[in-house]
Design a protein around this ligand. Structure first.
Ligand code: NAG
Ligand code: NAG
Ligand code: NAG
Length: 971
């Protein structure tokens, strides 16, 4: 383009002739054009406006000459806003590697799709479930890959708020139709384009982007919203983010659910592909899915409109099982002792923890369990002894188990048969007696993942030893029983390293020869897991002859499922205990065990974000390691971080304290640090009744967008989190940070430990001072938090032995209740009043004096016992306060608590009084011995910002009384 424009400039030089107008005869037509200033401007403008774009179009964007497509379909344009460009295959490639049907941006050296893309599928007739779609372009921007010729789209209407889209090449996927639904969809032809709308507008649009289906690469592009996305571990999910769905250390722990905010409501997308899949968030909020698969792509769409609706549908999809046991909320400790005498170490730890009053619930015993091909070892003894020690210390035994098997080659005799080279070692190995082996190598051969290049087991590495990987296929019960030689009397189980871990160095330099698409982010994910092309065993009955290729599926195709297979195989050993797993896959049956978190301030915040997102994605039971769990922890400068992490752990759904080289439990610290850590653990215990109640109905830790979806300017915050409906934490997560900024959610809020009311308009940032030793938290006015402050050594003991404290955070409203409306509320109330005005027996008080019926008219929500205040003019300023709370004790018993400005009323929901009144079977305490009230007028407080009343309420009275009322104000 440049030469042309320059050439024209040369012509322009001619018009230096000053008085050309004086020789009109010599003036040629073009000179006239050139000499006439306005005309000249017009011509130059025309050239700029028409010629330049055309030339740019021709030379800048198109590597080849552009011809209109002969198929009569959209030609597609390369003039696409930079932000909206979609990568065509690999994005950063030299021009010659950019597919001719794509566009190339010479300036930035990027290869991108036309709009509409040439890589789409065509429908010859109206879309239907069984209709085959054909590719518009056969060759693809992925090496020599060619499009699959016939694929189908299946749309399954799962429920009124949930549908799935499946792109596949199978014949037996047929979606169902329902009548009542809150969405509709349109499949356009001839070039495929899908638009799904709900009552709130468009919620999914493929926007004429590419759909690519080929061997080992399926790609789909779509857009959910122009506004904000949340999910995949990020709040918000920013453009430029790339995530890989392939379980690995550092990968996603939650289901790949994305919340999209649009026009004041929310909808959700769940990516349901078992194959390794890359999710790219583009600048324009387009999402690109690239999956190394042959099966196809499946996504779920949830209509919302609230994040909670999306969560509910997602939980149904992954079949969440609610099986919370109270003790699971206590701290779980595991020490991978490095000394030899692990039993002595454990014994010392247990007794010191008791004497130092470090509360915890469960322990992993002498050491984490790793299966071993050798069985006789002292291991079994040590672990069984460890289990007894833990139990006799009054704790739950929750072993941590890895899925792989520590491998020692079988005795030399069988070497020839195995035919592998590694195993031909000198006969020194004969110390290994055949009877020492845990299982019969030959018999169980078929259960082991195999090497890609031979028929021998694939060998990985972990913690410095060789390991092999069971495939955990169905029907491996005998095998599991052979592996498990330990005491089966455990209370829960943590399946760790279940990505599974493989630290064996891998080389991906030639992987392009095998897979059409492989990116750096895939490489990252493929790195610390078994080699992608190992082969999963397909069960063969009887022994296959040596050197015969085992038929088996490539390992990576089902890698994501490995954790699930491990979990279900483990059920053979003990079926019904709470199970935590490091890498479940779309599995609501197990709790999440976060693992591989290194100790840093960044990761502390990230853990809060992950746990909160995980919770609202349906993983309510989510365990996070306090202070990280890797070896890179340095006590010399990270102690304060660790103490802060304990404070944050107060509010996490479940917590684990993992020590290996460095101790992370409070006993590993001294002085103030240790005291703060123990205090944080005790605080957590005191809040468990509230957590347990909250977790019956929703996640514990929640991001702002979930809790306050409609308050636009707080939805994206990760500096504060809701803990249930009633608490808000605003952590200071910087070293030495002395201030926090609270962005006010709706309602009135009090500082949780003092009762100080925080004033601020919704969305406004209020700055509060805090200290290193504090963790700023707020309680919502209108709520009652049930606490048990007298912490014992475990959650279960605390639940049984600690009296209840009721924290009543009053939500008060002052109303003027006479006809003299000109009296404004600003009138300072005379505050003597109430105690005298209202007699104990409320029923006898006349409504006028009491203010009850009057205020009811005003607000329609009073209950009783309002505090009224008489102003000078005889009007009464009525201050109505209320708060409600609940304590879930068991399926058949909950306690409901209501409060007004002077009374607390407790009643029982359910009939199962044995849970707190039975002298033998009670699991809950039965006395309330303290009521703390926030929100009273200042002079009624006996502390700075609260009124604390000690009393004794025996909840067992509820067996004979409908309700128990107790006054905390007045006589
Ligand atoms: C946003 O929602 C309102 C109603 O809630 C609707 O009238 C409007 O069309 C929507 N806008 C978009 C862009 O969907
Ligand atoms: C397995 O993958 C590696 C690269 O990751 C490759 O070098 C090797 O040739 C592959 N083996 C087979 C049998 O495909
Ligand atoms: C936050 O948004 C609300 C309305 O949604 C508005 O009233 C308030 O001023 C905003 N606050 C800030 C700090 O932007």
């Amino acid at each position: 383009m440049i030469p042309h424009v320059d050439g024209h400039k040369d012509e322009q030089e001619e018009d230096h002739i000053p008085f050309a107008i004086e020789n009109p005869k010599n003036v040629k037509w073009y000179d006239q054009v050139l000499l006439n200033r306005p005309l000249r401007v017009v011509v130059v403008m025309l050239i700029v406006a028409i010629l330049v774009p055309v030339l740019m179009y021709r030379y800048v964007f198109f590597p080849t000459l552009e011809l209109a497509p002969t198929d009569g379909l959209s030609m597609g344009s390369c003039v696409v806003a930079r932000d909206a460009r979609l990568p065509c295959g690999r994005e950063s490639v030299p021009p010659e590697e950019c597919h001719p049907q794509c566009c190339y941006d010479n300036t930035n050296h990027l290869c991108y799709h036309r709009y509409p893309s040439r890589f789409s599928y065509l429908l010859r007739e109206e879309w239907s479930e069984r209709m085959n779609m054909t590719p518009r372009t056969l060759s693809l921007p992925y090496g020599s890959s060619a499009s699959i010729r016939n694929i189908r789209l299946s749309i399954n209407e799962v429920s009124a708020s949930h549908l799935t889209l499946t792109f596949h090449q199978s014949t037996d996927i047929i979606g169902r139709r329902i009548h009542e639904k809150n969405y509709n969809y349109e499949v356009m032809r001839p070039e495929l384009n899908i638009i799904v709308s709900s009552n709130q507008g468009v919620i999914f649009n493929t926007a004429r982007g590419p759909l690519i289906a080929s061997d080992n690469i399926w790609e789909l592009t779509f857009k959910l919203t122009d506004e904000t996305l949340y999910g995949l571990g990020e709040i918000p999910l920013e453009p430029g983010t790339v995530k890989v769905i392939y379980n690995h250390k550092g990968g996603l722990s939650s289901i790949p659910l994305i919340f999209a905010k649009s026009n004041g409501s929310y909808h959700g997308l769940l990516i349901d592909t078992i194959s390794p899949t890359e999710v790219i968030v583009r600048r324009d909020n387009q999402l690109v899915l690239r999956s190394i698969t042959n099966y196809g792509l499946k996504i779920h769409l949830f209509v919302g409109p609230e994040p909670a609706d999306i969560m509910k549908d997602a939980m149904e999809t992954i079949k969440v099982k609610k099986n919370l046991e109270y003790w699971m909320l206590g701290a779980h400790i595991c020490r991978e002792a490095v000394q030899d005498d692990t039993l002595a170490d454990l014994r010392t730890f247990l007794s010191t923890a008791t004497s130092q009053e470090v509360p915890f619930e469960s322990h992993c015993g002498a050491l984490p369990i790793v299966f071993d091909t050798q069985c006789n070892s002292d291991m079994v003894y040590v672990i069984n002894q460890g289990s007894s020690l833990v139990k006799s210390a009054g704790k739950k035994f929750v072993p941590q188990v890895s899925p792989y098997i520590k491998y020692t080659p079988p005795p030399a005799e069988s070497d020839e048969e195995e035919g592998t080279t590694e195993n031909i070692e000198p006969k020194t190995k004969t110390t290994v007696m055949a009877e020492d082996r845990c299982f019969d190598d030959e018999k169980f051969d078929q259960y082991i993942i195999r090497d890609p290049d031979s028929s021998s087991p694939y060998k990985g590495r972990a913690n410095g030893y060789d390991i092999i990987y069971p495939g955990f296929s169905r029907g491996s019960d005998d095998f599991m029983n052979a592996l498990w030689n330990y005491n089966t009397d455990f209370d829960g189980i943590i399946l760790e390293n279940s990505w599974p871990l493989d630290e064996y160095e891998k080389d991906f330099s030639d992987i392009q020869d095998h897979l059409p698409y492989f990116s750096d982010s895939f490489e990252d994910a493929f790195h610390l897991v078994p080699q992608w092309n190992a082969s999963r065993p397909i069960r063969i009955f009887g022994r296959a002859p040596a050197n015969v290729e085992f038929p088996g599926e490539m390992y990576f195709k089902s890698h994501n499922e490995y954790g699930n297979r491990f979990a279900s195989a483990f059920r053979v050993i003990k079926g019904s205990v709470p199970t935590l797993s490091t890498s479940p896959w779309m599995n609501g049956q197990v709790a999440i065990n976060r693992q591989g978190i290194s100790t840093s301030w960044t990761n502390l915040r990230k853990e809060l974000v992950e746990a909160s997102l995980g919770g609202v994605s349906g993983h309510w039971y989510w365990s996070s390691p306090v202070c990280g769990d890797t070896d890179d922890f340095d006590k010399s400068y990270q102690t304060r971080l660790c103490a802060k992490w304990y404070m944050a752990a107060t509010y996490m759904p479940m917590i684990k304290i993992h020590s290996k080289v460095h101790e992370r439990d409070p006993l590993g610290f001294v002085g103030t640090d240790r005291r703060q850590m123990i205090k944080a653990l005790n605080r957590r215990l005191s809040l468990l009744p509230y957590f347990y109640t909250t977790l019956q109905e929703g996640p514990l830790l929640r991001p702002m967008f979930f809790q306050y979806p409609s308050i636009d300017n707080i939805t994206d915050l990760t500096t504060q989190f809701a803990v249930g409906n009633d608490l808000l934490i605003v952590p200071n997560l910087q070293p030495m940070q002395t201030h926090v900024h609270v962005r006010m959610p709706p309602g009135t809020w009090y500082e949780f430990w003092s009762g100080l009311e925080i004033f601020g308009a919704v969305g406004e940032a209020v700055t509060m001072t805090t200290t290193d030793a504090d963790f700023f938290s707020l309680v919502r006015a209108g709520s009652i938090i049930v606490m048990q402050k007298d912490a014992q050594l475990t959650a279960e003991l605390t639940r049984l032995h600690s009296g209840f404290s009721l924290l009543v955070a009053l939500d008060c409203e002052s109303t003027l209740s006479t006809d003299n409306d000109e009296e404004k509320l600003t009138t300072e109330p005379i505050t003597t009043t109430d105690d005298e005005n209202i007699s104990d027996d409320k029923e006898n008080t006349s409504p006028a004096a009491h203010g009850e019926s009057v205020t009811e008219k005003v607000t329609g929500q009073t209950e009783d016992g309002e505090v009224s205040t008489t102003t000078q003019s005889g009007d009464r300023l009525v201050r109505e306060c209320e708060a409600t709370g609940k304590l879930f004790m068991s399926e058949k018993m909950s306690i409901s608590i209501k409060a007004t400005a002077r009374t607390v009323t407790i009643s029982a929901i359910g009939k199962d009084f044995s849970v707190f009144c039975d002298p033998h079977d009670a699991i809950w305490a039965k006395t309330v011995n303290e009521i703390i009230v926030f929100g009273l007028d200042d002079e009624k407080n006996n502390y700075d910002d609260s009124r604390v009343v000690k009393m004794t309420i025996d909840l067992c009275e509820l067996m004979v009384k409908e309700e128990i009322s107790s006054r905390y104000l007045g006589n």
